[in-house]
Design a protein around this ligand. Structure first.
Ligand SMILES: Nc1ncnc2c1ncn2[C@@H]1O[C@H](COP(=O)(O)OP(=O)(O)OP(=O)(O)O)[C@@H](O)[C@H]1O
Ligand SMILES: [Mg+2]
Length: 257
């Protein structure tokens, strides 16, 4: 869409880095070094702009690395530890139309930093989300986080990812979804479309936008080459959903309004 975009990868697994065609070992200065430089005192730390690299896709990147796991404990020394990322972003945000922060899937320093820095939250529900926690459990966690942060945490967009992925028998998927939403099992849902309606209706109560992304065929190829899926395989089943998600993100206003 011709927007200038920065991706900040703050997940030690570095999937966003790798997906943009960058091998974590090849990057000299990554998000680990940024956080570590702020481990005791935010003022003397490095600038986030020192860590920006270009990628083949045209998107700018601040790369992650497995080393980031080691920064988590060290950051406890800094009383302002939850604000390290937002302080850095404030100095570069006027350079970009969008800054996307990828956080780890678990609650810790990096997810908190991401949530504080972000104007909007996007939550990806993957098939395994349904296996892990119930929706009420998830809403409770979000409430807890709101209290810790002292600001209301709201999710602007939910992405129901990998729709139609082979998950074993359809009953297994519907049972997971029943459990996830605490629905009664005798409620007769027997087609994927009906399950989808249930999901969307339930999530839409609290999340204004919901997008379904289908299981893609060329995503691993797109990750390997660092080429956006829409360029590499415009007819891939996942493209439409990702496109819809990016259009919604494009309409979100700065400042969380
Ligand atoms: N719609 C899709 N179709 C097919 N494969 C997908 C799709 N979305 C993600 N994948 C693949 O699933 C794997 C995990 O994806 P991704 O890293 O986005 O998950 P994640 O939810 O961020 O995981 P985590 O919660 O561990 O951070 C990747 O290999 C990716 O290529
Ligand atoms: Mg991830």
């Amino acid at each position: 869409m011709g927007r200038s975009v920065l991706v900040i990868d703050t997940d030690p697994q570095a999937n966003a880095t790798i997906g943009l065609g960058v091998y974590p070992e090849s990057v000299q200065k990554n998000i680990y070094h940024y956080y570590i430089s702020h481990c005791s005192d935010s003022k003397s730390g490095t600038l986030l702009s020192d860590y920006i690299i270009k990628t083949i896709s045209g998107v700018d990147l601040i790369a992650s690395h497995l080393d980031l796991v080691g920064a988590e404990a060290v950051l406890y020394q800094n009383p302002d530890r939850y604000y390290i990322l937002s302080t850095g972003i404030n100095q570069i945000k006027n350079r970009y139309d969008h800054i996307l922060i990828d956080t780890p899937p678990f609650l810790g320093q990096f997810m908190m930093n991401g949530m504080i820095a972000a104007d909007h939250l996007v939550m990806v529900f993957s098939p395994d989300t349904f296996a892990i926690a119930g929706y009420d459990h998830l809403t409770m966690i979000i409430q807890d986080i709101s209290e810790i942060l002292g600001k209301k945490v709201r999710i602007s967009l939910a992405i129901l990812n990998r729709w139609g992925a082979p998950l074993g028998k359809p009953e297994t998927l519907s049972e997971k979804i029943y459990d996830f939403f605490g629905l009664k099992k005798n409620h007769n849902i027997d087609s994927l479309n009906e399950i989808r309606t249930q999901l969307e209706t339930r999530i839409r109560v609290e999340i204004p936008e919901v997008v379904i992304v289908h299981e893609g065929k060329e995503i691993s190829q797109s990750n390997k080459q660092g080429i956006p899926l829409i360029v590499l395989a415009p007819d891939d089943p996942a493209v439409q959903g990702f496109k819809a998600a990016s259009q919604i993100i494009d309409t979100l206003k700065p400042g969380g309004a």
